[in-house]
Design a protein around this ligand. Structure first.
Ligand SMILES: N[C@@H](CCC(=O)N[C@@H](CS)C(=O)NCC(=O)O)C(=O)O
Length: 118
């Protein structure tokens, strides 16, 4: 299921606090202009998070990772926004894709590339 998010683009949550590690695959500036930015919220020791990142990497899709481990406020905000209590939670542009299973299901039905190019 995909749930469109309101603007602003690419900021579904308040900035994570300083204890929250912010990682990215490749400089954010290298996102092709035709590709929607991908943001994935994760925690440590999360197999589904690793699987989601591996899947995106296998597709050559750059993403920004926000690790919300130990950041209760960011985790609560994520839950409030997505109505999900698991990680990963994946956003493509303004669209909330869901978790790893949702990402794979979206790809299986041919919806991932169009969303990336939207
Ligand atoms: N079906 C979900 C499963 C995600 C899931 O179970 N994630 C675990 C961590 S790997 C989780 O968030 N557990 C609850 C918690 O850590 O509070 C998906 O594909 O993303």
């Amino acid at each position: 299921m995909t749930v469109p998010l309101e603007a602003p683009r690419f900021s579904p949550l308040p900035a994570p606090n300083k204890d929250c590690r912010r990682l990215a695959v490749g400089p954010l500036g290298v996102y092709p202009k035709t590709m929607a930015p991908v943001r994935i919220y994760t925690t440590d020791y999360c197999g589904y998070c690793s699987a989601a990142k591996k899947f995106l990497q296998s597709k050559g899709v750059p993403y920004e990772e926000i690790d919300v481990s130990g950041d209760d406020a960011a985790r609560e905000a994520l839950q409030a926004r997505t109505q999900r209590n698991t990680v990963p939670q994946i956003f493509i542009g303004e669209t909330h894709v869901g978790g790893y299973d949702d990402l794979r299901a979206l790809d299986r039905k041919g919806g991932l590339q169009p969303l990336l190019q939207s």
